[in-house]
Design a protein around this ligand. Structure first.
Ligand code: GAR
Length: 211
């Protein structure tokens, strides 16, 4: 499906701290489909993040602001805000970005930041969603894509998909299943955003039907 002629193409930034398989999934999906948006840059907070290699291979601009470098947290936050504003982005996709954004960033990009989380929120928030769900012994976990607000893993939910945990399954196997689902639903949520198909009312997000 083509973009509606009167829709502005969205400029997407992807923030990541590590491997970047979700960046890859979004980038591949953008190559294969006209989602009315383009990834204009990738930001990593760690120079050894593999996402930087992936961005290079995909010919997408990347920027690394090393959060462990000799700068204060305030300076780091100011720098990522400056870079992101200078790129005129419409959407920021957090994809395994393991730092919290500060208030100024949220105020500047309200309702324009989305995240993928490897559990069915509000269960198992935090950095170890897959292992925490596995260790808890739940039979069903899953993936959530949500808008980001001031609280950790808390904003309005765009999409969720469940993943069953079968008898005898290992945490590594579960991780593989979770990533497969992430790579399927995160690009779709990005497409909904870029096509202006999401409406937020309070905590609820509706996805408009495509005409
Ligand atoms: C993904 O599983 C993502 O859901 C998770 O980090 C991983 C990044 O993988 N994010 C969180 O846990 C955020 N709380 P990737 O670098 O291969 O995309």
């Amino acid at each position: 499906m083509n973009s509606a002629p009167n829709q502005k193409r969205k400029r997407i930034a992807v923030f990541a701290s590590g491997n970047g398989s979700n960046f890859q999934a979004i980038s591949d999906y953008c190559m294969e489909n006209d989602i009315n948006g383009d990834i204009v840059f990738v930001l990593a907070n760690n120079p050894s993040a593999y996402v930087l290699e992936r961005a290079k291979k995909a010919n997408i601009k990347s920027v690394c602001v090393d959060s462990k470098r000799n700068i204060s947290r305030q300076e780091f936050d100011r720098e990522i805000l400056r870079i992101t504003k200078s790129e005129n982005v419409d959407l920021i996709c957090l994809a395994g970005y393991m730092l919290l954004l500060d208030c100024e960033f949220f105020n500047e990009f309200q309702n324009k930041i989305i995240n993928v989380h490897p559990s069915l929120l509000p269960s198992f928030k935090g950095m170890h969603g897959i292992k925490d769900a596995f260790d808890y012994g739940v039979r069903v976990t899953g993936v959530t894509v949500h808008f980001v607000d001031y609280e950790l893993d808390n904003g309005p939910i765009i999409m969720q998909e469940s993943v069953k945990i079968s008898e005898g399954e290992t945490v590594e196997e579960l991780e593989t299943e979770i990533h497969k689902v992430e790579h399927k639903i995160y690009p779709l949520a990005v497409e909904y955003f870029c096509r202006d198909e999401l409406r937020i009312v309070g905590r609820k997000v509706s996805i408009l039907e495509r005409r």
